[in-house]
Design a protein. Structure first.
Length: 230
């Protein structure tokens, strides 16, 4: 399956995402900081990228997070270029705006860790990595939108990841019911690929459990999972 491979379909996907971004908002549980004294576990899995993290919100608007990621990219069909990062960082909700029907948030992140790089089949070893991030989101009970940006700086590489996510729920539900969503994500990582990856997700939210399954524009599967417990 390749739903945005042609220029016409790709343009349509961009227009859909842009329209949703204009009117939409992010679900309150898809955030770097959860409820005070709560833990949150997250994963994002695909063929070429695997990320996982666990965070603890130790005070209102603050969380400490430990995480790891692995990116791979096929190099001329001969070998893979690899980036592996393990880090610890702080997340801060810097701003929030509540209205009767929506909520907007701005989060900032910073951390340090260890990275390993493999380039053109050569292991470059480990080095210190610093990470900076931000997230802007706006949400209602039915609509979703967010921008997420991260920068990773190490001795042998530096990458900036940009992602725009937008979607809508099919209908409203009570807290004890499963709520389905349709979500589109556009993501690009500098110096790793010249292309923007588009992914279409089916999202399901039940209480504090958040799950997504989808396929990108190359027909490759992706899945994310998040759970909050208090």
């Amino acid at each position: 399956m390749s739903f945005v491979r042609s220029p016409r379909r790709r343009a349509a996907a961009v227009l859909v995402a842009g329209f949703a971004l204009t009117f939409a908002a992010v679900d309150a549980r898809a955030m770097p900081v959860a409820f005070t004294d709560s833990f949150m576990a997250m994963t994002d899995l695909s063929e070429e990228a695997q990320e996982a993290s666990v965070s603890y919100s130790f005070a209102r608007g603050w969380a400490v997070q430990a995480g790891g990621l692995r990116w791979t990219r096929d190099h001329a069909g001969v070998h893979e270029d690899t980036r592996e990062i393990v880090d610890l960082h702080l997340n801060k909700r810097a701003w929030r705006l509540n209205t009767p029907g929506s909520q907007a948030n701005w989060y900032v992140q910073a951390g340090v860790g260890s990275a390993r790089a493999e380039q053109s089949g050569r292991d470059l070893g480990r080095s210190t990595v610093t990470q900076f991030g931000t997230q802007l989101d706006w949400e209602t009970t039915r609509l979703y939108a967010a921008y997420k940006g991260h920068r990773y700086i190490a001795r042998d590489f530096n990458h900036t990841s940009h992602a725009v996510v937008a979607g809508a729920s099919l209908y409203e539900v009570d807290y004890d019911q499963v709520q389905p969503w349709v979500v589109v994500e556009a993501k690009r990582i500098s110096k790793r690929s010249k292309d923007t990856e588009f992914t279409l997700f089916a999202r399901f939210i039940y209480r504090t459990l958040f799950a997504e399954v989808g396929v990108n524009d190359e027909g490759k599967p992706r899945a994310t999972l998040m759970y909050i417990w208090m």
